[in-house]
Design a protein around this ligand. Structure first.
Ligand SMILES: [Fe+2]
Length: 434
């Protein structure tokens, strides 16, 4: 390994080994050309030296990677910025142009506006709980279709059509504000694992991030920026092999290095598309941790932007409560407890406090035992006390037949959350004999 001055590296030069920052953060893979974009990014971020393994490959040419007979594993993770020769080539006379996506983000945005008409007077509607849940589910599904169009367009054309995104996130802010209780209970869209990771994770994390942001009294303009940053926080993954973030197998050190570059890839994608600095920082720093043990820059505490701190908590909460190809989903209560264990060292205390007060220690949908021996399900948060949520008793109804809903407090408190087995048993007993 050799320390090399960035100024001495020529554009399009290549090395037999990796170029990294601090031996950890991959800047350029073996055999790949160091692009002008990569050099500009290093200069912008103030890196004057990089670590290089292997030898310089002689006669660096403008053709760069095209001359390289080796297809390195890190190829798709490589340069910090796309270089001209890696952009889709102009089609030759014989080659048909790549097929245009028939569904554009703008079309899906229009469908969302139509779907939202169902929400008029949602609060005062006489719709049943089940019907309200179905309406919110349909809105969630429309947003997933919009994100699918947005990501697919970028994936196939390297063109992030985000003109409608601020408006879509502004509308989402209203949806989150008025239907949070239902939105937290929606079923993730049934997609293949890669799309599910990119789309369901993006949208569910954004809902949670916006709930936290609202609890922290962010202005509407800031909430929209936070939402945009969170929706796009994993967009860098599009440039990585899906196996890196979907595989159940333990990653090698090399694979971890590749994965750790995704915030930087996302930052560059959004920077090219003209997003604001606060949105960029949210994406770039969403894996940083309070104690400096995160990545890519291992920055600490107040060096991490508020958006990144919120996205970090929201994204982790979402990941714990979601099923993946390699794991079952955990309860929202367990996710909250897991996050609390790392408050201060990984997660910001104020952000965690906002999560706790907005989602409760016993989040909506959690089955609990009460101190009077009854079982209940949490149906709403108590903004004054995260330990005392609003619950619906499972085996009692009002004389009118309506569900019996009470706010815990005084002598009546939540003893504990039910285990997954206990929850499954209670749900089964409520269904009754078939
Ligand atoms: Fe990430």
């Amino acid at each position: 390994m050799e320390l090399v001055n960035v100024e001495s590296i020529q554009e399009n030069s290549r090395y037999t080994g990796e170029i990294t920052i601090d031996g950890n953060l991959l800047v350029c893979g073996p055999g790949l050309p160091v692009t002008a974009g990569t050099l500009a990014a290093l200069e912008e971020w103030g890196f004057t030296e990089v670590q290089v393994t292997g030898q310089a490959i002689e006669k660096p040419g403008a053709e760069g990677a095209a001359e390289n007979p080796v297809k390195p594993a890190a190829e798709s993770a490589a340069p910090l910025q796309p270089e001209p020769e890696q952009k889709p080539a102009q089609p030759s006379e014989k080659e048909a142009p790549p097929p245009e996506r028939t569904v554009l983000p703008a079309e899906k945005a229009a469908e969302i506006r139509i779907a939202l008409r169902q929400m008029v007077d949602f609060k005062d509607s006489k719709s049943t709980e089940k019907e309200k849940q179905a309406i919110v589910q349909s809105i969630y599904d429309k947003y997933i279709e919009y994100l699918d169009a947005l990501f697919s367009r970028y994936d196939s054309r390297k063109d992030l059509q985000h003109q409608e995104l601020p408006e879509m996130v502004k509308i989402l802010e209203g949806v989150v504000s008025s239907t949070r209780r239902y939105l937290l209970q929606v079923q993730p869209a049934a997609l293949d694992p890669q799309r599910s990771y990119l789309l369901n994770h993006a949208l569910r994390s954004t809902v949670i991030a916006m709930i936290i942001g609202m609890q922290m009294a962010l202005t509407s303009a800031k909430l929209v920026e936070l939402g945009i940053s969170c929706i796009l926080h994993e967009i860098g993954m599009i440039r990585l092999p899906p196996d890196l973030y979907l595989s159940a197998k333990k990653l090698t050190d090399q694979e971890k290095k590749q994965l750790s570059i995704h915030p930087l890839l996302g930052y560059n994608i959004l920077k090219e598309s003209g997003f604001s600095p606060s949105i960029l920082r949210g994406v770039l720093q969403h894996h940083e941790k309070e104690d400096g043990s995160g990545y890519p820059y291992r920055i600490k505490g107040d060096k991490i932007s508020l958006f990144a701190k919120i996205i970090s908590v929201a994204c982790t909460y979402e990941a714990i409560t979601s099923a993946r190809a390699y794991k079952d989903k955990e309860s929202a209560h367990k996710a909250t407890v897991e996050l609390l264990k790392n408050t201060g060292n990984h997660y910001d205390k104020e952000v965690m406090r906002a999560l706790l007060f907005s989602l409760s220690l016993y989040p909506i949908g959690t089955y609990v035992f009460l101190s009077d021996g009854k079982a209940a399900v949490v149906v709403d948060v108590n903004s004054k006390d995260p330990k005392r949520p609003v619950v619906q008793l499972l085996k009692e109804k009002e004389s009118s037949g309506a569900p019996k809903i009470i706010t815990t407090g005084g002598d009546l408190r939540v003893l504990r959350a039910l285990t997954p087995d206990e929850t499954a048993g209670i749900k089964k007993s409520l269904e009754g004999p078939r």
